[in-house]
Write a protein that binds this ligand. Structure first.
Ligand code: ADP
Length: 320
């Protein structure tokens, strides 16, 4: 099955639009998220990320467009969508006045789990999220990272197929952030689809199978992190040779690049795609030049982000 085909998609969105008064927040966005993958919607503050999550999780209605989430039509069957998803927003569902365990028990009641089954699932989740020691303490005493872990654990009580994480690591310290990243990786390994919004480029780079950049109400770029990085100039391939003679010969054959005689390297412009690398190596091979090693340097996601969100007109950038 083609993983990007809508039939196998966990989320499939076409022409989604939303305005508040005169302010157009979403100006017709299209998205497809394959099942069992992490999709990251990346955008600056106010870009419309939360609005997208709120629409796809049935909290607010779109003005136009269509969406299927976990196989159900958002407009026709919002109840089935709701039953199949979990949402953790920037405003946590955790009640600070009661303990972590009590928060979990409330969630189990909401999902109508029987007492025995509820206890079993709660114990398992508290253990998995490293909250056993804190379980009987009020959530008010938790650190930001603990509260976020509890929030995600509460979402999992309903065994959702699709989880929306709206800026899950905003405000967390680096170690708590890494803990949340590991949770996301484990969820996806267990078959869940994660729709993640973030302002952090590194987070999208670390976690997402595919990334869409939202700016000015439109998706201005979409692809894997590697595809997006190839959109901006500055990529290069560094070739290292065994001796100065081979380096000299390579420079002659390729007729381009920055040569470093001491390091025995030649740095040539290139996007690091298989096609480019093959052409490069074939040319050297034909001239009987042996390459000792090769590294590809792609621009980072910051370069991409600033390039695509600064563009006038916001037309979509093609990744291929
Ligand atoms: P993000 O999550 O990317 O920071 P949001 O989706 O929260 O962006 O907001 C997108 C834009 O929509 C912002 O300009 C925000 O002020 C506006 N907005 C969001 N909710 C409302 C609302 N209920 N009424 C009016 N404007 C809103």
């Amino acid at each position: 099955m083609n993983p990007t085909h809508p039939a196998s998609a966990a989320i499939d969105v076409t022409g989604l639009s939303k305005a508040y008064g005169d302010k157009v927040v979403l100006d017709g966005i299209d998205l497809t998220v394959p099942r069992g993958s992490v999709f990251s919607l990346l955008g600056p503050n106010g870009a419309g990320k939360t609005t997208t999550v709120q629409i796809l999780s049935t909290l607010i209605r779109a003005d136009g467009g269509a969406a299927r989430v976990a196989g159900h039509d958002l407009a026709a069957d919002p109840h089935s969508v709701r039953a199949a998803i979990g949402v953790t927003g920037q405003f946590s569902a955790v009640d600070n006045l009661i303990t972590g365990e009590e928060n979990m028990a409330l969630m189990a009641d909401l999902h109508h789990l029987d007492r025995h089954e509820g206890r079993r699932i709660i114990a398992e989740l508290l253990d998995r999220f490293d909250l056993v020691d804190a379980a009987r303490k009020p959530a008010a005493t938790y650190s930001g990272g603990m509260r976020r872990r509890l929030d995600i654990a509460m979402t999992l009580i309903g065994s959702p197929d699709v989880i929306f994480l709206d800026e899950p690591t905003t405000g967390l310290d680096p170690s708590a952030r890494h803990a949340v990243w590991q949770i996301v990786r484990d969820l996806v390994a267990g078959g869940v689809t994660v729709f993640l919004t973030t302002q952090y480029l590194e987070e999208a780079d670390q976690l997402a199978d595919r990334i869409a950049v939202l700016s000015g109400g439109r998706i201005v770029a979409e692809g894997t992190a590697e595809e997006l990085k190839r959109l901006v100039p500055g990529g290069h391939v560094r070739l290292r040779f065994l001796d100065p003679a081979q380096l000299g010969r390579a420079a002659e054959v390729l007729g381009t690049g920055v040569r470093d005689d001491e390091a025995l390297t030649l740095q040539v412009p290139g996007d690091g795609s298989v096609h480019t690398l093959r052409a490069l190596l074939d040319a050297l091979d034909n001239a009987s030049v042996e390459v000792d090693s090769l590294t590809v340097h792609t621009p980072d996601l910051d370069d991409v982000f600033f390039a695509v969100t600064d563009r006038p007109g916001h037309e979509k950038v093609q990744t291929r």
